[in-house]
Design a binder for this molecule. Structure first.
Ligand code: SAH
Length: 216
């Protein structure tokens, strides 16, 4: 990934929006300084790509606010070589961040047009190590299981059972859980057959639509 004219804006984004709010993991901050977020938003919004907000990506979907991407990435605690599943590929930006941390990422998207967009964006940004699959991510993706980390980037009424069973021993699952309009960010950790749950405040995501999510 070569230096580009927006790298100064990314450095500022990381300092003022992400590190300033408590994201500390140096590897997370480093990849967020590196991945060209402006290549993951529609041309109309490229100027706004480093703003402290989510942005529309078309088809009624959004790319998450940079801080939320940083927070979720830190909570997932990904190591190089980990198998990671993302539900809700959207723009592909979150998947790019995880891949740049050295993870093998499978990202599922229910809308074929959006999946195509994610593939294009990832290619344009020169990101390797992401497989974009079209399907209902509430069923997970058994061929790639078990996963060390699972991230749901759409709001869900509860954690879909298939995702819990596809989570590896010692693995982490991060998701916005709540109503269609507002959710709480939660992290589950699977260890010794037990699940521990922690919460990280209120968030707003588009709804997770599917068999184990909201009705489409
Ligand atoms: N992670 C994305 C943002 C995701 S927005 C990024 O970095 O840009 C949420 C996405 O989840 C939308 O694209 C939506 O179409 C998708 N989605 C909703 N329900 C889904 C499901 N059951 N399976 C897969 N994708 C789903």
């Amino acid at each position: 990934m070569p230096e580009d004219s927006r790298s100064g804006e990314r450095t500022a984004m990381v300092e003022t929006q992400i590190a300033a709010r408590g994201v500390r993991n140096p590897r997370v901050l480093e990849v967020m300084r590196k991945v060209p977020r402006h290549l993951f938003v529609p041309p109309l919004y490229q100027g706004a790509a480093y703003r402290d907000s989510p942005l529309p990506i078309g088809h009624g979907q959004t790319i998450s606010q940079p801080y939320i991407v940083g927070l979720m990435t830190e909570l997932l605690d990904v190591s190089p070589g980990d198998r990671v599943l993302e539900v809700g590929a959207g723009s592909g930006y979150q998947a790019a961040i995880l891949a740049e941390l050295g993870a093998h990422v499978i990202t599922i998207e229910r809308l074929p047009e959006v999946a195509g967009l994610a593939r294009e964006n990832l290619q344009r940004a020169g990101v390797v190590g992401v497989q974009v699959i079209v399907g209902d991510g509430t069923e997970g993706y058994p061929p790639g299981a078990p996963y060390k980390a699972i991230l749901i980037t759409a709001g869900t009424p509860e954690i879909p059972d298939p995702l819990l069973s596809q989570l590896d021993e010692g693995g982490r699952l991060v998701a916005p859980v709540g109503s269609r309009d507002i959710q709480e960010l939660i992290r589950l950790e699977k260890s010794g057959g037990h699940i521990t749950r922690s919460t990280f405040g209120g968030v707003v995501f588009v709804p997770l639509l599917g068999r184990h999510g909201w009705e489409a």
